[in-house]
Design a protein. Structure first.
Length: 366
């Protein structure tokens, strides 16, 4: 009788033991926190019903670039973005021109224009930066209260140019470790304010679940910050009787909110990195299994659904637009959505171009 089947069974058993040992015993610094996410809203019907309204987006700007996450439109109609390789670029929507403004040496993620013309950059590696008229990159802030920024993510500048409001997604995990930070659910994100007149940085909110997109609201009465790891948007009041307090602007989103923008009048746009993951939600109350998940994701691809997803909100937090596309070749993940003129522009952490959709189409009622 051949010994090959016996040897094969032995080999498979040893392999099984090795895999289990890796999943259960591999050293990791991740310390998952037990939590109970709300039941995910329906995507079969209701305000988040599945659709393909982002299917026909137009690819714009330079092609073949990697990760145009941030997106601004300057006064001359050129698109400004930051790329995976650290470059800050300026490109025409027709893609005929590409100008490199600077290279931060890190990962520019969020951008805002200061009234004095400087480009303020939230760099996931380098902190809060400014790009001046001479195209010199200047470091503004890298930490506060003795805690360095781990993952500077997005930024908004007020109309007076006095303050920059920005997020530190996680003080424990850095750029590229976003999945680990979300799985851990440690609540080490912060909403911060930088004072251009004094050069000081203060913490407005802490214990946030992966603090991400930032946007100032109407009349700058409040500032919003996306909490990617908790599927919600928190609001910090800057004026009025509620100054210095915070509440929820919208909770239980259908996906992981990334960047956030305000059109200056009556609408916010929220880019959702992907829909909610049933496995991630299902393991929320089982820290040990989430630690196993982190180890597994070291060797297997993340189970992230490739779906383009953007929602529009009014100033009361009501859903007024639901834009999706789960078809093959969709523009995803959408990580930025900004309204300029007659268009809704889209940016992506991983795509090779920017995109846009006519605003009328984005706001059309089905």
């Amino acid at each position: 009788m051949s010994t090959r089947p016996k040897k094969l069974r032995h080999l498979l058993f040893v392999l099984f033991l090795a895999v289990m040992a890796f999943l259960l015993l591999m050293p990791t610094n991740v310390q998952p926190v037990n939590w109970a996410p709300p039941k995910a809203p329906s995507m079969k019907d209701g305000p988040y019903a599945d659709n393909q309204r982002l299917k026909d987006v137009q690819r714009v700007g330079a092609q073949g670039i990697t990760g145009p996450e941030a997106l601004l439109l300057d006064t001359q109609g050129f698109l400004i973005s930051g790329l995976h390789d650290g470059r800050v670029i300026r490109t025409s929507p027709d893609s005929h021109t590409l100008e490199v403004l600077a290279n931060t040496g890190g990962r520019p993620l969020g951008m805002a224009l200061h009234p004095d013309g400087r480009l303020i950059i939230a760099d996931g590696v380098k902190g809060l930066l400014a790009l001046d008229a001479n195209r010199q990159v200047i470091t503004l802030s890298t930490g506060t209260n003795g805690v360095p920024f781990g993952f500077t993510d997005d930024v908004a500048v007020d109309a007076s140019g006095r303050y920059a409001y920005f997020s530190d997604a996680s003080s424990r995990w850095g750029y590229g470790q976003d999945g680990t930070a979300v799985i851990e659910h440690g609540g080490d994100g912060r909403l911060l304010r930088y004072d251009f007149s004094t050069g000081t940085t203060e913490v407005l909110l802490d214990q946030l679940q992966f603090a991400n997109g930032v946007a100032l609201g109407p009349d700058e009465n409040y500032v919003l910050v996306n909490e990617t790891g908790a599927y919600r948007i928190s609001r910090y009041w800057l004026k009025g009787e509620r100054t210095g307090t915070h509440d929820l602007f919208i909770d239980n989103l259908p996906g992981l909110p990334d960047n956030l923008s305000f059109n200056g009048r009556d609408r916010f746009w929220v880019a959702l990195y992907s829909p909610r993951n049933p496995l991630l939600d299902g393991f929320a109350g089982y820290p040990l299994l989430r630690k196993v998940m982190v180890r597994a994701l070291m060797v297997i691809p993340k189970p992230i659904e490739r779906k383009a997803f953007v929602i529009g909100l009014d100033t009361d937090g009501n859903v007024i637009a639901n834009l999706q596309d789960g078809s093959a070749g969709n523009y995803s993940p959408v990580t930025t959505a900004r309204e300029y003129g007659d268009w809704l522009y889209l940016g992506s952490l991983k795509s090779t171009s920017m995109a846009r959709l006519p605003l009328k189409q984005a706001l059309a009622r089905e």
